[in-house]
Design a protein around this ligand. Structure first.
Ligand code: GLU
Length: 294
């Protein structure tokens, strides 16, 4: 297979906790598909939220993946090395007049929608859609507040962005199947979503889209819980002129209560299972995968 057709997969964990069986499922599916198709397998450490990530968790990711029998291409990619690339992408969107500065705190937004909770739409992450106070601030006021040292997040002008994309947005989706289907994107459900804020200069959405383009990722394989985000990612890819990867949002590993695994739900980490004597082959089975690397 030559370099132009070689498929590129990535596993992109955030080092803010220990990996659990749900992460193992994602990593193993990516790795197995790369093997099966003669593709490349990248590991990307999503450490953009520097306040919530740490080096011990990162080290644990390497150990746990190696224990599972995975190998990945060196060097490991890391988001913290690409702040400049994220900023360039944000500046391109700003140059197209697709961003606006927003001075609202979460509290301001909560107050603005107070009493309207029942009929106020929320985005797929559960945050209230931006009610719009800063969308129409006079330029003069924006300049004055920025000059006075007030920090502004940057939000996308979603209506304008959709108008500029001027196309039906969608993607090829495999899910858990062997054959893809076409999915229609609905980026509007995110409203004027934040693309950069004070503590995180590039949001997950902008970072992941820039990284996948930069690293030539052809196949994004991740949990179905991230499927709503893909609508927004496809919009950003179109606005930034990036190619469209193919997506596989695989089903999740659920606990005995039918909930997805998470640190907050007390799901056992891979290292805790390893300490109990569980083997990598058993983890594959717990992750819903056939024995042996496919
Ligand atoms: N870093 C994200 C997570 O750990 C995954 C992002 C992605 O695969 O696009 O949930």
């Amino acid at each position: 297979m030559d370099a132009t057709t070689q498929r590129i997969f990535r596993f992109a964990p955030s080092p803010n906790g220990f990996l659990h069986v749900g992460h193992a499922r994602s990593a193993l599916i990516n790795h197995d598909l790369a093997r099966k198709t003669g593709g490349r397998f990248l590991l990307r450490i999503e450490d953009i939220d520097t306040g919530r990530t740490n080096a011990d968790y990162e080290q644990a990711i390497y150990e746990d993946l190696a224990w599972l029998g995975l190998t990945w291409e060196e060097p490991v990619r890391r988001q913290s090395e690409h702040f400049g690339d994220y900023e360039s992408a944000l500046e391109r969107l700003a140059a197209d007049d697709l961003l606006f500065p927003c001075f609202c705190s979460r509290g301001d937004i909560a107050r603005a929608v107070e009493g309207r909770e029942g009929d106020w739409t929320r985005d797929p992450d559960g945050a209230p859609l931006y009610p719009g106070a800063c969308r129409h601030l006079p330029e003069e006021e924006v300049r004055r507040r920025l000059a006075a040292g007030e920090f502004a997040a940057r939000r996308i002008k979603i209506g304008q962005a959709l108008a500029q994309a001027a196309t039906l947005i969608g993607w090829r989706e495999y899910g858990d199947a062997d054959e893809p289907r076409d999915v229609r994107a609905e980026p509007g459900v995110w409203g004027d979503v934040v693309l950069s804020r004070k503590d995180v200069p590039a949001s997950y959405h902008i970072a992941v889209v820039v990284d996948d383009a930069l690293q030539g990722v052809t196949d994004v394989v991740r949990g179905v819980d991230l499927m709503p985000a893909t609508s927004l990612h496809r919009l950003l890819q179109i606005l930034l002129g990036y190619p469209a990867p193919t997506y596989r949002h695989h089903s999740l590993v659920l606990d005995e209560h039918g909930r997805k695994l998470s640190k907050s739900a007390g799901s056992k980490s891979l290292r805790a299972l390893r300490a109990e004597g569980v083997s990598p082959q058993t983890i594959r089975r717990m992750a819903g995968l056939p024995a042996g690397i496919g």
